[in-house]
Ligand binder design. Structure first.
Ligand SMILES: [Zn+2]
Length: 415
């Protein structure tokens, strides 16, 4: 068992290192003595760990603190520029690559139009190129990158990193996005649903701060929802939780690309709003293809039809959110995505609907706010996912459950 002992010691050492590193990150600036008293580690263990962290450039020594008798202590600070992380927001019509430091501060953004319908072969190539462009603009080599997080606009199998019949990503079903990019970039890659990442971004750094139960609603080409429950992202059994866009709100409504009809998405997502607007007022589209930003500008300029359409979309989203509020009693609902830039034109009727329709006990503690991270929300959530993996340290308590595909064999206990 001697081998085991040494393995356990190195695991303990790794655990203590992440404990010390996280304490330095959280406090901002701290002395070795204070690290020892906070972590209950011995002074010599702390000194040796801090030396390792200094050698790895993850922390630096920054001047001296106040003396409590004796020598003034040297303060230790986290070095947020010790490395970088990339967050990718892959949308139906846009691609954004955000390069951030280790404190989730954006360094470079590369945004471009994107056509998800062109399929994965071209799409993955475009992602890799945009990442290379971001590195070039930041003047950094790939060796400075710790990992890449990616958000995709559809349901996926979180364990395998593959989209599962994503309605707005035709041709991407079962594509091993995570593996392909891992091979291409030679870095750890994390894949998640875009709304989940928006929820993580807003929960840590944006409008979701201050609550333990947070929903992020992304209103764009589709309508998705990321859920943080008791401080943890909730993905569901496979990873498809939060598909609020496919809540039926009109039994006799138009057909949806998911195969159902009258889904929220067919009545309140950007294409539905734009379709009605262009039909009702052809002058709106006189300069070519009408976009949601055009319509927001029209509403701000007093265009009544545009205002009415955002109000209608807001009420419909509010109707779906009423069920969410009754079911989950979230503390904060953050509304993001391109359509949320309509601000009060969308949010006021949305809030009113939820206030009027949800159970008073469920809604009294719920705040509905606009996204604070705006167009960065999903990319910052992707960055945060990588940072959390980086700084989580060895997971001593909770072993990862293996993903088991449900088949007849696995359902038969005798096989
Ligand atoms: Zn649907």
């Amino acid at each position: 068992m001697a081998g085991n002992t040494s393995a356990d010691l190195s695991l303990m050492r790794e655990f203590n290192e992440s404990l010390v590193l996280n304490l330095i990150r959280q406090t901002g600036r701290i002395s070795r003595t204070d690290i020892a008293s906070h972590t209950h580690l011995s002074r010599s263990t702390v000194s040796s760990i801090v030396n390792d962290l200094l050698a790895a450039n993850l922390v630096c020594e920054v001047g001296t603190g106040h003396s409590r008798g004796g020598r003034r202590p040297i303060m230790i600070e986290f070095n947020g520029q010790a490395g970088y992380v990339i967050g990718v927001d892959l949308g139906a019509t846009h691609l954004m690559v955000l390069l951030s430091d280790l404190e989730a501060q954006a360094v470079v953004r590369v945004a471009s139009p994107f056509v998800v319908e062109e399929g994965p072969k071209l799409g993955l190539e475009r992602i890799a190129q945009a990442i290379e462009q971001a590195l070039q603009e930041a003047g950094l080599g790939m060796e400075r990158i710790f990992g890449v997080g990616i958000g995709v606009p559809g349901p996926l199998d979180f364990a395998t990193g593959k989209p599962i019949f994503p309605p707005i990503m035709p041709g991407w079903h079962d594509t091993p996005i995570r593996e392909r990019l891992r091979e291409r970039l030679n870095k750890p890659v994390y894949l998640d649903n875009d709304a989940n990442l928006g929820a993580i971004g807003e929960y840590w750094w944006g409008g979701g701060r201050g609550a333990r139960n947070v929903a992020f609603i992304k209103v764009g080409t589709g309508i998705g929802c990321g859920l943080i429950i008791e401080g943890q992202i909730y993905r569901g059994e496979i990873g498809s939780a939060g598909e609020i866009g496919h809540t039926v709100i009109d039994e006799d409504g138009p057909p949806c690309r998911c195969g159902s009809a009258g889904c929220l998405e067919t009545l309140a997502a950007a294409p539905a709003i734009l379709h009605v607007a262009a039909e009702a007022d052809p002058a709106l589209a006189s300069n070519g293809k009408l976009t949601i930003l055009d319509l927001i500008e029209a509403a701000q300029d007093g265009h009544l039809l545009s205002r009415r359409l955002f109000a209608q979309a807001g009420r419909r989203i509010g109707t779906a959110l009423t069920s969410l509020v009754n079911l989950l009693n979230p503390g904060i609902i953050v509304i993001g995505g391109g359509v949320a830039r309509a601000g009060p034109f969308l949010l006021d009727p949305l809030r009113e609907t939820v206030q009027q329709r949800a159970l008073p006990v469920a809604v009294q503690g719920t705040r509905i706010v606009e996204s604070q991270l705006g167009a960065d929300a999903i990319a910052i959530g992707a960055v945060t996912t990588v940072l959390r993996e980086l700084f989580s340290g060895p997971d001593l308590a909770v072993p990862t459950r293996p993903h088991v595909a449900v088949s007849q064999e696995s359902l038969n206990p005798m096989s």
